[in-house]
Design a binder for this molecule. Structure first.
Ligand SMILES: NC(=O)c1ccc[n+]([C@@H]2O[C@H](COP(=O)([O-])OP(=O)(O)OC[C@H]3O[C@@H](n4cnc5c(N)ncnc54)[C@H](OP(=O)(O)O)[C@@H]3O)[C@@H](O)[C@H]2O)c1
Length: 255
């Protein structure tokens, strides 16, 4: 396929690496210059081109800009009806994208993460996108969403990686202080957690893993109880994103 990427930064690079070797012709915009040059040198079929050509010569255009730059960059580019536009920009809702990319109407939003370079990256999307499915579906689970709000809620939860990694590193520090070998402590913690995560959870697998760690009075159950307040902190933090993500306010607690 003829693909175009507007904005050649961290996430565009990961998405392009995830498409390498599949015979696509991929136009990338010249910014960031270093990343664009690396991709063009590394991956056959990647060509650096001005933004106008990226849009004019592509069947599918990926919007990988910072949302704050979209109003300046997108108007005036030769989008056309029938072209697929896939935005990965946080803070750029569909209504705004429709105005910026007219007359294109096939516009979807998805949430890739850098591991898409190697596959296995969940891709929630709204509305459903045959183009995204065709390009990434073989190596990544595509998760079509029923509404823009449902998609935006995924954005909130995508922030979970950082606090969870922070907790894991606290455990690594604690273990390393006892063993004197922080590197081995990191190996242990990362491998242990990976071993408990199902390859593909389709409903109930995470709860089953938790159940297997619930022996009353056991170390797992004891630490979980001690850390229970962290669950409220998590819900509170996620609820704090409602305004930014365009989600309706929480229902009032019944009197
Ligand atoms: N990184 C992630 O994990 C992630 C995950 C999901 C979604 N996103 C979203 O993806 C988007 C890109 O994020 P990122 O992390 O890849 O940011 P980034 O590395 O800063 O990439 C943004 C790119 O846009 C380029 N750019 C700026 N002005 C441009 C112009 N006039 N024409 C063409 N390109 C221009 C920048 O070039 P210069 O470097 O030359 O300024 C940069 O290469 C954001 O909206 C972000 O919310 C990111």
């Amino acid at each position: 396929m003829r693909l175009g990427f507007l904005g050649t930064g961290v996430i565009a690079a990961a998405m392009i690496r995830g498409l390498a070797g599949q015979g696509h012709r991929i136009l990338v915009s010249p910014r960031n210059a270093r990343i664009a040059a690396e991709l063009a040198a590394e991956i056959p079929g990647v060509i650096i081109a001005p933004n106008e050509r990226v849009v004019a010569d592509s069947e599918v255009v990926f919007l990988c800009l910072l949302a704050r730059d979209a109003d300046e960059v997108l108007p005036g580019l030769p989008f056309r009806a029938g072209q697929s536009v896939i935005s990965v920009m946080v803070d750029a809702p569909l209504g705004r994208l429709r105005a910026l990319c007219a007359p294109a109407t096939d516009i979807v939003i998805t949430i890739p993460l850098p591991p898409i370079a190697d596959g296995g990256c969940p891709l929630p999307v709204f509305p459903a996108s045959p183009a995204l499915e065709a390009l990434y579906g073989a190596r990544n689970p595509i998760l079509p969403q029923p509404s823009e709000a449902a998609l935006s809620a995924h954005l909130g939860v995508s922030s979970l990686c950082s606090p969870i990694l922070d907790q894991l590193l606290a455990a690594v520090d604690w273990l390393g202080a006892w063993t004197g070998d922080p590197a081995a402590a990191e190996t242990y913690v990362a491998a242990m957690i990976r071993a408990y995560l199902p390859e593909c959870a389709r409903g109930g697998e995470l709860a089953a893993a938790l159940d297997s760690l619930a022996t009353e009075g056991g170390l797992n159950a004891t630490l979980r109880a001690a850390m229970a307040p962290a669950k409220d902190s998590l819900r509170h933090g996620l609820d704090g994103f409602r305004g930014r993500l365009g989600l309706p306010p929480a229902k009032a607690e019944p009197a």
